[in-house]
Ligand binder design. Sequence first.
Ligand code: NAD
Length: 260
Amino acid sequence: MSLKGKVAIITGAASGIGLEIAHAYAKEGAMVVIADLNEEGARAAALSLEQYGQKTMAVAMDVSNEQMVDSAVEKVIAELGSVDVLVSNAGIQVIERIENLEFDKWKLMMGIHLDGAFLTTRACLRQMYKQQRGGAIIYIGSVHSKEASPLKAPYVTAKHGLLGLCRTVAKEAAQHGVHANVICPGYVKTPLVEKQLPQQAKELGLTEEEVISKVLLKDTVDGEFTSTEDVAKAAVFLAGFESCSITGQSLIVSHGWCME
Ligand code: NAD
């Protein structure tokens, strides 16, 4: 599906799932903006996209900071002229039982996942409405937008919250031709998951191998991790889709970990 001529802002794209989506979009002809807290990583990621021959740029952005989000989106418009696709992807994980969870960690999670999704959505919608040529908003939710796991209260709460934001955007933005959907990946081997293996092993009294086989992948149909490429393919499809016939939906990409 060609994304030629479209400008796509992807948050948290210096690493993992976001970086893979950035490559997939650039291959399809999009001008990709890597927006990440990790400025150096964002610059390296943008450099790695130059092979596809499209314009690309890196912007420093803490998605939970209103001023940073607004000024980064203004910079994108000044340099690339439009915003057609937003992939709200930046995220973190916190592994802790509720009774031990510090309030600051709860707020950090809500700040990045929910404030971040709201702030980037608002900044991009304002521009998409002005452009009058539609647009796509894609939230990277999770199977934890649909189900819960122990030790992940703030993550599960935030990922469920994205469904509500997405559905509201779908209803408000349709008159401007903008559609909004959530992709819900299962476990993907990125730094976010690598980091939680020793933490889960300690909390659950298992080895890291057992955490993978007995916790993370136990409920998949084939014992496989979801790949970054699997998620990127779904993100290309949703970004290239022109009408609002698919909007307010959530697409689960999880090797059957979660079924509806
Ligand atoms: P990752 O750790 O590889 O990448 C996350 C990126 O987000 C990093 O580049 C990081 O610098 C950036 N980031 C963190 N805080 C930020 C902030 N405040 N502002 C801007 N950027 C920030 O992780 P990933 O696995 O690629 O995760 C990407 C998204 O996919 C997250 O929303 C995550 O919840 C979701 N997800 C991941 C999995 C998985 O198994 N890895 C499964 C389902 C959903």
